[in-house]
Design a protein around this ligand. Structure first.
Ligand SMILES: C[S@@+](CC[C@H](N)C(=O)[O-])C[C@H]1O[C@@H](n2cnc3c(N)ncnc32)[C@H](O)[C@@H]1O
Length: 229
């Protein structure tokens, strides 16, 4: 396994020609990609665009973050493409929103629909970085006299974990907005490999076998890429 390089940009790779899909796109809807999201607003824009625009004009909804060509799909269901039909799949900050088993099924689905030579690239928050930051704050504060410690910094970190990361509120509220799993490089590389991907490795932000990755990759988090062989 080898990282592709350390400079921003594409690497020389014969990506097959074919459709490229951006899963869980949110407001990031680059041209030249099929942009997919499963939120209720994506459903409204995709299936009742006139009603959506009317509700915006009446001031009942804010302007949608989606263009009318958004594809609405709940990624916990099988992907709506044929076997061996896509050249590339990207998902930025999406996999952590699924229970682990749902993420595993979705990764297998990505493998099914990609062509031979097709690339899956995922970007997720890095659990290791989160806990390393926690430990760094802890050690810094522990080294001080108790009266001189800034305990609030540790509490903020713990609150972020319980409020934004590991919370599993029941019902609709949980859709897409809370993390249901935490990844690290070891787990994510393993997930790709168990789902059949080859040449799996952690990648640098902006460096990819997918030539125009710069137009849709937003976060320099944990990024892993694999190829269907
Ligand atoms: C944190 S946003 C990431 C948006 C964008 N990809 C980016 O890089 O900024 C997560 C997106 O995943 C979508 N999402 C979450 N669960 C989903 C599901 N089950 N099916 C489809 N989309 C889902 C949400 O609607 C949301 O737009």
């Amino acid at each position: 396994m080898e990282a592709l390089g350390h400079h921003s940009g594409s690497v020389s790779y014969p990506l097959p020609r074919g459709p490229r899909v951006n899963l869980g796109c949110g407001p990031v809807m680059p041209k030249g990609w099929i942009n997919v999201d499963g939120s209720r607003r994506a459903w409204l824009v995709a299936h009742a665009g006139g009603l959506d625009r009317l509700l915006v004009r009446l001031g009942l909804l804010r302007a949608a973050p989606f263009r009318p060509d958004i594809i609405h799909h709940d990624l916990r269901k099988p992907l709506p493409w044929a076997r061996d039909s896509l050249a590339a799949i990207y998902a930025g900050e999406v996999w952590e929103h699924f229970e682990y088993e749902d993420a595993r099924r979705l990764t297998e689905e990505c493998h099914r629909v990609l062509m031979t030579g097709g690339v899956l690239r995922l970007c997720v928050p890095d659990g290791v970085e989160f806990w390393e930051n926690y430990l760094a704050i802890f050690r810094e504060q522990q080294a001080r006299e108790p009266e001189a410690r800034d305990v609030a910094r540790l509490r903020r970190h713990v609150r972020m974990y319980f409020d934004d990361i590991c919370t599993r509120p029941p019902g609709l509220k949980s859709f897409g907005h809370f993390h249901k799993w935490q990844y690290d490089e070891v787990q994510l590389v393993d997930l790709f490999m168990r789902c059949g991907f080859k040449d799996v490795s952690r990648q640098t932000f902006g460096v990819s076998r997918i030539p125009d990755i710069g137009i849709l990759e937003r976060s320099d988090f944990l990024i892993v890429e694999g190829v269907k062989r």
